[in-house]
Design a protein around this ligand. Structure first.
Ligand code: DOR
Ligand code: ZN
Ligand code: ZN
Length: 428
């Protein structure tokens, strides 16, 4: 063991590196992290066998060292109203993140007291310091809000979902976005007019049809182009929405998109036999098989920018009562193996779950994220190919349940390293 006096830890193993050539390639490397700065101070190629100089952690066959996984879409729920904290807090969300191999996340602003100006954002940032992983806060955009005086990412709820921060019409949205020229804005894309027209439909999925997303994605792209906004579409769930994004990209509009584990894994057909349908209620809802396959295919082709979980830790009773959202942080790393088993390349996973979301954080936080490289933050996710069944008892989220309970994944998180601090993930 390297002594504390050196203030460094060393890790050696097979790194899923941006430097590796080819689709699935990895490099055997030795990484040193400085504990004081929490940054990577050296990355050197190691020989095929473990080197003579002992590292704190030497990883052999079957282990992969990823750049720390980053989840761009988390609802940690906590704000100054203690009202909702029984669900989750920055501390418990952070523990669930570490359990799931997530070393940093972006937190959504739809709190009872949303961060929409310098003061409310600053107050929430203080609370977020309790989180054991790095957090970037989104600022909310509402009908009467204005940009903050410092750089931050923004979130616009184009229609009602969870919380009061949303728009009731395209006109109101246009008027607000005009004040956010040149900013980075992520959109919850469901058009309020379409939701309203389907308000009395019998099922949750029918009340929030695919057409609502398609219309909203189209509008978000157009408004963003008008105002020079860098748009990101959250939790894309439909083939039609994807088509709008592709069309925009062909026109040279640089729009990005996220997909969640639940929209990649579940569809209206395969979820029909699911023991507890309420487990899967989310906005946007679980879609058709064709939608799901289109998203997975786009993921394989590199057309999905981010794997982002939309971790929404409502209690099971609340979910059954109709409050939408599913918890995911605990299972983020295990889900990577499902993607690999579905034919997604290691490279595509690294880009969508670490490098691109890492680059997003790096725009706003004082560190560099997303690569195993000197100068970058010393956060790593070590995954191991060893099957794991998701069990409720092992979860760290205060929500206390998972849409993947009973599901077997072909791999698991072995260690999560946050700024040089090693959290081994030992389970049954
Ligand atoms: O399912 C969802 N839950 N979708 C959202 O847009 C919000 C989220 C939440 O805040 O719980
Ligand atoms: Zn949303
Ligand atoms: Zn969300």
């Amino acid at each position: 063991m390297i002594t504390r006096a050196t203030q460094r830890i060393a890790i050696e193993g097979q790194v899923v590196s941006h430097r590796a050539v080819g689709e699935n390639e990895t490099l055997r490397q030795r990484i040193e992290i400085d504990l004081a700065s929490g940054r990577i101070v050296s990355v050197e190629d190691a020989g095929d066998s473990p080197s003579a100089t002992a590292a704190d952690l030497v990883l052999g066959e079957g282990y992969w060292i990823f750049p720390g996984l980053v989840d761009l879409h988390v609802h940690a729920r906590e704000d100054t109203t203690s009202l909702q904290c029984y669900k989750e807090s920055f501390e418990t969300a952070g523990l669930a993140a570490i359990h799931g191999g997530v070393t940093a996340f972006a937190d959504m602003p739809n709190n009872p007291r949303p961060p929409v100006d310098d003061d409310s954002y600053g107050v929430k940032r203080e609370i977020a310091r309790r989180c054991p992983v790095d957090v970037l806060l989104y600022a909310g955009i509402g009908p009467r809000t204005r940009p903050l005086s410092f750089p931050a990412p923004y979130k616009a709820y184009m229609g009602p979902s969870v919380g009061d921060l949303y728009f009731e019409s395209a006109d109101a949205l246009r008027e607000a976005l005009a004040r956010y020229r040149g900013k980075r804005v992520s959109f919850h894309a469901e058009a309020p007019e379409v939701l309203e027209r389907h308000r009395t439909a019998p099922t949750h999925a029918e009340r929030r049809p695919a057409a609502a997303e398609a219309k909203a994605v189209d509008l978000a792209v157009r408004l963003s182009q008008d105002f020079g906004i860098e748009a990101n579409i959250c939790h894309l769930s439909t083939a039609e929405g994807l088509e709008h994004i592709r069309t925009a990209r062909r026109r040279g509009v640089p729009v990005t998109c996220e997909v969640t584990p639940h929209h990649l894994f579940y569809d209206q057909d395969n979820a029909a036999g699911f023991a507890e349908p309420a487990f899967l209620q989310s906005n946007p809802p679980i879609r058709s098989r064709l939608d799901r396959i289109a998203l997975l295919e786009a993921f394989r082709e590199g057309g999905i920018d981010y794997l982002a979980s939309d971790h929404a830790p409502h209690s099971l009773e609340e979910n059954e009562r109709g409050i939408s959202g599913v918890p995911h942080l605990d299972t983020f790393g295990a889900f990577v193996f499902w993607l690999l088993d579905e034919g997604v390349s290691l490279r595509a996973v690294r880009l969508a779950a670490a490098e691109r979301p890492g680059r997003f954080l790096s725009q706003f936080l004082p560190d560099l994220y997303g690569k195993v490289e000197k100068g970058f933050v010393g956060s790593l996710t070590i995954l191991r190919r060893e099957p794991q069944v998701v069990r409720r008892s092992g979860l760290k989220t205060r929500a206390g349940w998972s849409p993947f309970e009973g599901q077997s994944f072909s791999g698991r998180v072995s260690h999560t390293i946050v700024r040089g601090k090693i959290y081994p993930q030992i389970e049954d």
